[in-house]
Design a protein around this ligand. Structure first.
Ligand code: CTP
Ligand code: MG
Length: 257
C-alpha cells in the first residue's frame, strides 16, 4: 500500500501545535557492539577517563532545553552505572532494550508515552524526542542545539547529517561496478528529532515486520510518508563501530579538555 501523501500526514492528531512542546532525549544503549571486538558492549568501554556512554550523556545533559534524558538498556544489563551527582536527577534508565536498535527505540518510546498518559510531566505525543546513539560519544551541545533550532518549528522534524564528501562506488565481488552520483547523498547521524507520537506510530507500523529496513528514526518516518529535514552535523560525530574508532574518539575527546 502506498503511504498517504505527506501533506495529509503533517499536523495530524498526534501533534498539538498550540500546546507547549518540550524536548526529551532517548538514547539506545542496548547493543552488544559485535563489530567493535570488545569484551563488553562497546558503549561501556573506557575512553578518555570514563565510559563511552557517559561522554554521550554529558553532552546531552549540558543542553538545557532537554527536559529529560532516557537511556534504553538491555533487560540483562549489568553495567555499574554511576550514582548521583554524576547521574543527574533528569536522567533515567529503562531496561527494555530489544533485539535491534529500532526495537530498543520503539520499546523505550512506548514506555515513555505510557508513563506520559499517567503523568502530565511525562512525554506527550506532541513533545519532541531526540534519539541519539550511545555510541556517538563525540556529539556536542552546539550540534544538538543546532538540530533543535532547525526543527523546533518544523512540521516533521529532522536529523543531523553530513553531505557525502567522497566519490561513491557500487561494488560487485570487491570490484567497482559503478560510480554513483554523490550530489544528493548525505550520511545520516544522530540525534534525530521527531514528534514522539508520530515517531511511535511510524515505528509501530513496522513492528510486525520486525522493523525491516528501519536503520534509523528517519527511515521509519520516511516509510510513513514524511520527509525529514537534513541539518548539517560534524564529521567528528561518527559512530564508534570498529576497533580503530576507539583511538580516534579518545584523541578527539582528550583534545577538547
Ligand atoms: N542499540 C540498541 N539496541 C540494539 C542494538 C543497538 O540500543 N539491539 C544501540 C547501540 O547500543 C548503539 C546504537 O544503537 O548505541 C547504534 O548501534 P550500533 O552502533 O550498530 O551498535 P551495536 O548494534 O551495539 O553494534 P554492532 O552493530 O557492531 O553489533
Ligand atoms: Mg548494530
Amino acid at each position: 500500500m502506498n503511504p498517504p501523501p505527506i501533506a495529509s500526514l503533517q499536523n495530524t492528531a498526534n501533534t498539538a501545535p498550540d500546546a507547549v512542546s518540550r524536548c526529551f532525549a532517548l538514547v539506545p544503549c542496548a547493543g552488544s557492539g559485535s563489530r567493535a571486538g570488545t569484551a563488553q558492549p562497546k558503549q561501556y568501554e573506557p575512553i578518555a577517563g570514563k565510559s563511552m556512554v557517559m561522554h554521550t550523556l554529558a553532552a546531552l545533559g549540558s543542553v538545557e532545553r532537554l527536559s529529560q534524558v532516557v537511556v534504553v538498556v538491555s533487560p540483562d544489563d549489568s553495567h555499574a552505572w554511576p550514582q548521583a551527582p554524576e547521574w543527574p536527577a533528569n536522567f533515567q534508565r529503562v531496561a527494555c532494550g530489544g533485539a535491534t536498535r529500532a526495537e530498543s527505540v520503539f520499546n523505550g518510546l512506548t514506555q515513555l508515552l505510557e508513563e506520559g498518559r499517567r503523568n502530565p510531566k511525562g512525554v506527550q505525543a506532541h513533545d519532541w524526542i531526540l534519539v541519539h546513539d550511545a555510541a556517538r560519544c563525540l556529539i556536542t551541545a552546539v550540534e544538538i542545539n543546532r538540530l533543535i533550532d532547525e526543527c523546533l518549528h518544523d512540521d516533521v522534524g529532522g536529523l543531523l547529517a553530513i553531505p557525502l564528501p567522497d566519490t561513491l562506488k557500487a561494488a560487485v565481488n570487491g570490484r567497482v561496478s559503478q560510480t554513483l552520483p554523490r550530489q544528493d547523498k548525505w550520511l545520516a547521524q544522530t540525534p534525530q528529532m521527531f514528534r514522539a507520537g508520530q515517531l511511535h506510530a511510524a515505528l509501530k507500523a513496522k513492528a510486525a515486520d520486525h522493523f525491516e529496513g528501519i536503520t534509523d528514526e528517519a527511515s521509519a518516518m520516511e516509510m510513513a510518508g514524511f520527509s525529514p529535514k537534513l541539518v548539517v552535523g560534524s564529521p567528528h560525530n561518527f559512530k564508534v563501530t570498529y576497533p580503530p574508532d576507539f583511538a580516534l574518539a579518545e584523541d578527539l575527546l582528550r583534545s577538547r579538555k
